[in-house]
Design a binder for this molecule. Structure first.
Ligand code: DAH
Length: 384
């Protein structure tokens, strides 16, 4: 803000002798102001608290009535003319300042993407984006849960109480949090062995209808070409009053077709067992396996790709949902496995070796994001 006391008219001893001359002078100064700051100085000098016109106004009180009326009229006309000139000049200068700014900020939209860009999107990030794009289109929301989980959410609430045989299958990493370093398996935390705990966490905070997918890191003590101690899963959960097994099947069928970008893909469901679903199934997709190639969508072989089923009533109860009113389906799949199958990557361990040569080969261009309308894995010919 310009200094209100700094009236250069008063300082310069400009007088009010001829009001027309004065008006011309102020307006000439306004026209000459080359930027908003200079313009404001003129405004303050004329109309500010100690400005020339303001000072003149203050003298009115001591004047004779007739003279006062006459002078007040003149001063008001002067003031209005000055204000009008100030407003006009201000609008002009603001326009000019904006144009100047726009000129400096122009972006050349015809410039090519920087060809030297080296970074690549990891296949797991890419596949996650694809999965979210597909289920997002079907109206699923993305839910999250913590990597370090209590056993209630990771096991108990999923119908897997302590000593349940299914717990042995999961090679769990337990976390000792007892201060005295004693280890009590019953209340130890775990790094989650599955994303299924997010089913419970979602039910705890959300009333049905529920339709979520929950991607995340999961951990098990295991290591070979298709297992790593840390891997990725996506969980799915749908709960409503009339959710059926038929809906589960069509939802997953639509998913695999969209994901593998095939109009037709043979699928089958095999009866299976998961403690948190009843009935439970595993979904296979048709493929052709040769010594050198794996082709998805044709041939006589089958590949298991996910587990699924109708949510067990005990699980609904543990999540605070009445199984006599609501029912639902759930599914879970390995993101890394999906990435290996879709992009022909043979060894899971290589995903986590942080080898730039590998990433350069299997990674995706940074601007190549997945969408159902723009294409899931297609990249518009940018970099790959
Ligand atoms: N949590 C299972 C696992 O880690 C995967 C799974 C199977 C999740 C069936 C589900 C399901 O929600 O219904 O092997």
């Amino acid at each position: 803000m310009a200094n209100q006391d700094n009236s250069f008219y008063v300082k310069q001893g400009v007088k009010m002798e001829n009001i027309n001359d004065l008006q011309n002078k102020i307006i000439a100064d306004i026209q000459a102001a080359s930027d908003l700051k200079a313009l404001d100085e003129v405004r303050v000098s004329a109309l500010g608290k100690k400005g020339l016109i303001t000072e003149e106004m203050k003298t009115l009180g001591a004047m004779e009535a007739d003279a006062r009326i006459e002078k007040a009229k003149e001063l008001n006309i002067l003031k209005a003319a000055v204000e009008k000139a100030l407003d006009e000049r201000k609008a002009l200068l603001e326009d000019a300042a904006l144009n100047e700014k726009l000129k400096q900020e122009t972006i050349d939209v015809t410039m090519p993407v920087r060809p030297e860009t080296q970074g690549r999107i990891h296949p797991i990030s890419k596949v996650l984006e694809e999965v979210i794009a597909i289920f997002g289109q079907m109206g699923f929301e993305v839910a999250e849960g913590p990597d370090i989980e209590d056993q209630f959410h990771n096991f108990n609430a999923l119908n897997m109480p302590l000593n349940h045989p299914a717990r042995q299958m999961q090679d769990t990493f337990y976390i000792n949090h007892d201060k005295d370093n004693s280890f009590n398996i019953e209340d130890a935390y775990v790094v989650r062995t599955q994303t299924s705990g997010i089913q419970i966490r979602t039910m705890e905070v959300k009333k049905p209808p529920i339709r979520i997918i929950a991607p995340g890191r999961t951990y098990r003590s295991d290591m070979d070409a298709t297992h790593t101690p840390m891997f990725h899963q996506v969980e799915g959960l749908v709960i409503d009053k009339t959710t059926t097994l038929a809906q589960l099947k069509s939802c997953l069928y639509d998913f695999v077709k969209a994901f593998f970008e095939l109009d037709n893909i043979p699928v089958r469901y095999r009866p299976s067992y998961f403690p948190f679903t009843e009935p439970s199934a595993e979904m296979d997709i048709g493929c052709l396996k040769t010594k050198t190639e794996l082709k998805i969508g044709a041939g006589n072989d089958w590949l298991e790709i996910l587990g699924c089923g109708m949510v067990h009533p005990n699980v609904l109860r543990a999540g605070g949902i009445d199984p006599d009113v609501y029912q639902g389906f759930a599914f879970g799949m390995g993101l890394d496995r999906l990435a290996m199958l879709k992009y022909g990557i043979p060894d899971l361990r290589t995903f986590f070796e942080a080898d730039l040569r590998w990433l350069k080969h299997y990674g995706f261009a940074a601007l190549d994001f997945a969408s159902l309308t723009g294409g899931l894995s297609n990249n518009g010919g940018l970099l790959r």
